[in-house]
Each structure stands twice: as structure tokens, then as C-alpha cells.
Design a protein around this ligand. Sequence first.
Ligand code: HEM
Length: 300
Amino acid sequence: MEPIEKIKAHYNFTAGDAANLKQLQPVMEKHKDEFPNEFYNYIRHFEDTPKFLKDEEIIKRHQAGLKEWFMDLFSGEYGTPYVRNVERIGYAHVKINLPAHYVNAAMHFVRLYCLKILEKEFCADSNECRYLAKSVDKIIDINLDVITSSFIEEEIKTYFLSERVESYLIQFANRFAYGLNLTLVMGLVIMGVMVMGLFVYDISHIFSGNIEKGLLGTLGSLLMMWVVIELVDTEVKHLKGGKFAIRVFISVALVAVIRKLLVSTLKADALEYQLSLILIAAIAVLGIIYWLIAKVEKTE
Ligand code: HEM
């Protein structure tokens, strides 16, 4: 909870406001018995009020608490003990799981109730009425601030119970995933070097007289090199926070099958012919999948 001096400063709550509220004490004193009843008349229409204010005994206790809280608004003393008490009231509502919205709505009633009294009692001097109303507004806002902070702190607390373990696990998983990604990049770079070796090997077939094998092999290794470039590019983008591109994995499979097809066309036996047919079907299926994914990624 923020220190009271800071809260007051943020609401521009001055000694003048404290004096104004103190000045209102005798006027409000006249309404202290009526206030809890009016308050209850207002909140009893909320659907869940009976769930919280279950029986006469609780209602009576609540009304006594309300009366005290109401008079404290005009005590003129707004130091740390005051804020601690408001905080305690906030926690009392957190403990019973009262929705914060109910407190906000009830506070709206309190504001209107006080303003109505001010208008009635100080109607002759509208300037004074406005000046006093500002001070009332401020103290009600401060109360609302402290009470709702109790709700928020409680919410954070439930998360913070395992926060240490959670953040440690998340940190560890993040680092581990990053380490794996770096290993993947390293692996891809090594793959790139190996494909370059394959490319040189395939070209050597051309110079050794086996032009058909050399050309088709080179075409295959060039395709593989293109895939490695795509994979490295995707992985680097992913490391920089980009989206994961499934399309690249399909292209890897596609290129691997195309390469296999290129190599199998070199052999002219019946078995290789049947294999070629299967490979062509596989290329068609992978091609359709690649096209579909590319289309979806484009529309996204
Ligand atoms: C401006 C808004 C409200 C204020 C200032 C307020 C004030 C208080 C106070 C002073 C207490 C006693 C805390 C304690 O001494 O431990 C209390 C408790 C309680 N409040 Fe409120 N209240 C507000 C809104 C509501 C609303 C809207 C509901 C229900 C719909 C509610 C239900 C209760 C209940 C059930 C308790 C516990 C009563 C008990 O078992 O003793 N309050 N409230």
C-alpha cells in the first residue's frame, strides 16, 4: 500500500480539505443513524447482496461498521491509522469474495448521499457547497483507492504465491529453448557446408564425363542448398521473434523427394520406374499442401 502522504499528494488532498471535512462533522453526525439504512436500501437491490449479507446479525454488524466508517470520513484525522483501517475494511470484503464492483457501486451511493446533504445544508452559498463537495469527493476517492488496492493486492498475492517457482521455470525453459535454437542454427550451418560439398561432388561428375548424372545431381544439390538457406533464414527470423513457418518443412520434404526423383530417373529399370511414379504422387501431394499453407499464411 502506498504511504498516506503520497496518496494525499496524488489526490491533492490538502490541510484545507481535512479542515473542510472536520467542519462537516456536526452536519453529518445528524445523518449517522440514517446513513446505514439508506446504504442498505441501495445495495439490497444488487442480485448477490443476500449472498453476502445473509442474516440480520451480519446486516447489523455491517451497519455498525458502516456508521463508524461514515463518521471517520469527517474526523479530520487522515494519517496512517486512518488508511490502515480503510485497508482493513478492504480486506474484510476481499475475504468474503465480494466483487470489487459492488464496493464501487456502493461508494457511488455514498458520494451522492453526501452531496445531497451538502446541497440541503449549504444551499444558500453554492460556492462553499462546491468547495466542501470537492473535499468530500477527494476523501471518498481516497477510500475507494485504498479499498480497491486491497482487492488488486490480493489478486497479485495469489499469483505471487508461486511466482518464484513460476518465474524460475519460465526463465529456465526460455534459456533452454534458446539454447536448442542456437544448436539448430549451428546444425543448419554445418548442413549448408555439407550440401556445398555435395554440390562440388555432383559437378565433378560432369567433368569426369558423366554429364547426365552430374547435371541432375547438381540440380538436386542446388535445390537442397536453397532449402538450407530457407531453413537458416526461417530459424534466424524465429530467433528474432518472428512467426514459425511450417511451410519451410514441407519445402524440405518436397525438395528431398524431387532430388530422389531426379536420381531415380537415371536408372532405367522397371522398379525405378514404379518408384518414380510413387515419387511423382508424393510431390503432387506435398505441392498441394505447400500451396495450401502458403495461401493461408498469405491471408493471415
Ligand atoms: C462503500 C462501500 C462499503 C463500505 C464502506 C463497507 C464497510 C464495511 C465495514 C466497515 C465492514 C466491517 C469490517 C471489519 O470491521 O472487519 C464491512 C464488512 C462487510 N461488508 Fe461492507 N462495506 C461496503 C460495501 C459492502 C457491500 C456492497 C456489501 C455486500 C453487498 C458488503 C458486505 C459486507 C460483509 C458481508 C461484511 C462482513 C460482515 C461481518 O461478517 O461482520 N459491504 N463492510
